[in-house]
Design a protein around this ligand. Structure first.
Ligand code: ADP
Ligand code: AMP
Length: 219
């Protein structure tokens, strides 16, 4: 049976960083809706053109567009063993659609680690975040997780850049979007007994250790 882990937490909580580590450790796909949108924008596909301005403002992309994109990815053979979902679902309608998709795929949401981080820490993480231009969109931090050579990705050697939506005004809007639209998911998954709270205010390694223990305990 495929396994699906859903990471939730504010922008900058460390979902992408931890999803990359967890997916590798458990042989699961890493499915990041933000990465999928950015890849479409980079390639200027019709979907990319449709969502570019929305990402720039830090608003959420409409549910129907987001759900169709994630459904396509989860049906891909690469996701046959399951996935670590990062950034999806972000609304109750997306959560409902995910449950239906996973039933179709013979699985279910197995665990929802909620990475909790205080707001000043988030801002520092987002303003120091650098991402690579390669297809893996590997993530670094100037201070907390610097690349070996300045400005260059350790994994694929591509150049690093700062996401345009990590500017302070946009960060504020992204946090407001999360509070208004995504935070109801916390109670939803808590009521289903799937939520596990993770202290994200620690360094990357201790956060990974908490996540691995939570996943081991869920099996
Ligand atoms: P999210 O996917 O939740 O938006 P990221 O994984 O991209 O968050 O992390 C945001 C930034 O913070 C990145 O620059 C990343 O390198 C850094 N980071 C992630 N986890 C930690 C941590 N536990 N301690 C310090 N910095 C972190
Ligand atoms: P992220 O990489 O998760 O920080 O997402 C970057 C941006 O992509 C968000 O600010 C939204 O504009 C868009 N996005 C990513 N995931 C979703 C989602 N599940 N629903 C709606 N919009 C999303």
């Amino acid at each position: 049976m495929p396994v699906y882990l859903v990471l939730i937490g504010l922008p900058g909580a460390g979902k992408g960083t931890q999803a990359a580590l967890l997916s590798k450790q458990h042989g699961l796909a890493h499915v990041s809706s933000g990465d999928l949108f950015r890849d479409n924008i980079k390639r200027q596909t019709p979907l990319g053109q449709q969502v570019e301005a929305i990402l720039k403002r830090g608003d959420l992309v409409p549910d129907d567009v987001t759900i169709a994109m994630v459904r396509d990815r989860l049906k891909n053979p690469e996701c046959a063993r399951g996935a670590v979902l990062d950034g999806f679902p972000r609304t109750p309608a997306q959560a409902k659609a995910l449950e239906a998709m996973l039933t179709e795929l013979g699985g279910r949401v197995n665990l929802v680690p909620y990475i909790q981080v205080s707001e000043p820490v988030l801002v520092e993480r987002l303003t120091g975040r650098w991402t690579c231009k390669g297809p893996g969109q590997h993530v670094y931090h100037l201070k907390f997780n610097p690349p070996k050579a300045a400005g260059v990705c350790d994994v694929d050697g591509t150049e690093l850049f700062q996401r345009p939506d990590d500017r302070e005004e946009t960060v504020k809007n992204r946090i407001a979007e999360y509070v208004a639209k995504t935070s109801p998911l916390i109670e939803h998954y808590r009521s289903l007994g799937l939520l596990v709270e993770i202290n994200g205010d620690q360094a990357i390694e201790p956060v990974t250790a908490q996540l691995l223990a939570a996943v081991a305990g869920a099996k």
